[in-house]
Design a protein around this ligand. Sequence first.
Ligand SMILES: [Mg+2]
Length: 256
Amino acid sequence: MYEALYRSKAVLFDLDGTLIRGEEAIPGAVSFVRQLAEMDKRIVYLTNNATRTRETMALMLGRQGFPASPETVLTSSVAAAAILQHQLGSSKKVYAIGEEGLTSPLLAAGFELVKNEEHADAVVVGLHRQVTYAHFEHAVRHVLRNAYFLATNRDRVIPLENGFAPGAGALVALIAYATGVEPMLAGKPSAAFVDQALAIAGVERKEAILIGDNLETDILAAKNAGIHSVLVESGVPFAGNFVPEIKVHNLKELLQ
Ligand SMILES: [Mg+2]
């Protein structure tokens, strides 16, 4: 087994393109994660995907055979809600583009989700598969009126069972282009997001390793947070401009 993985006390897994594609487990992924869990490694799922709540994601992972509970799933939308609480203070009006995975933690954190042209203190954008031009129009107007602009993530694409679909980053890019304003970022490659996962696992930096398929998000996040990482080439095709610590074609290679 790859030494940094063998010595680790916690393994932080990316989900899309690393363990799952759409609703399906990637072949070999379930047995790989179960084997690590049986070695008493703490498993945390660290996903930029903001479309599902922690509860829904944990249920889906459990159905596929992964050892998972809502507490071990950290989504970029949970991080986004925490950032907004810190940034907005007592201001509570948020314009959100996203699915239940984003709106549910925002409501739980006490935010009021405004519609259309009402005043908004912040605009938060995640993947929304029913997004319309009107959503973008409202978001652009709020950002131009100086609403705090936050993205759950900026992934270019999301790997599904049958190929790639535009990711949250493609939606975020439309608003950034129209307004000339770049958003703050909740998910990977933010080091703070990795720190939250380390806190869930209850381990130090040197005791953790992050396994993901995306250089620009997963591997850069690990680099930013100062933890070990592995790039697995089962997901997105885009290269970043730096070299991963270790690169494998699939998870099984890490056991050799
Ligand atoms: Mg991924």
